[in-house]
Design a binder for this molecule. Structure first.
Ligand code: ZN
Length: 133
């Protein structure tokens, strides 16, 4: 199977993708009020601070919703690529993919854990699979 395309990265997201290369799932956190936010952005929506840092997350959460996009087909992703919204245990949401499970076996609120898939240009993409224990 071909590697996934490299992610399209904005300046605020650089630390997220560098952490993923190390096998860490991180979220941006406001340095003044501590609120986590995902995806990364320049300003805190709660206190309007522009000071931020990135915190390593557990990589565990639950499935909120999921779908298989059918059109237009994207060859690099093949058939049956499940796109899911994951509620991470730390309280932020990410859009990702589900692996190691069939679409019909996915259930709302099922426990999942992150792992990382290789992508072009040596990037790693965080994706999720059913949680072990
Ligand atoms: Zn804040």
């Amino acid at each position: 199977m071909n590697l996934r395309p490299a992610p399209w990265i904005e300046r605020d997201g650089i630390p997220f993708w560098e952490a993923a290369k190390r096998g860490e799932l991180v979220a941006q956190s406001c340095k003044d009020c501590g609120v986590l936010r995902s995806p990364p952005r320049p300003m805190c929506p709660d206190c309007h601070s522009v000071a931020n840092e990135f915190r390593v997350l557990s990589g565990r959460g639950t499935v909120y919703t999921w779908v298989i996009p059918r059109y237009p087909p994207i060859p690099a992703y093949g058939e049956g690529n499940i796109v899911a919204v994951i509620n991470l245990d730390e309280g932020v949401r990410v859009v990702s993919n589900l692996r190691e499970i069939e679409y019909d076996d996915v259930t709302a609120d099922m426990r999942v854990e992150v792992f990382f898939e290789d992508a072009e240009q040596d990037y790693k993409i965080p994706v999720f699979r059913p949680a072990t224990a």
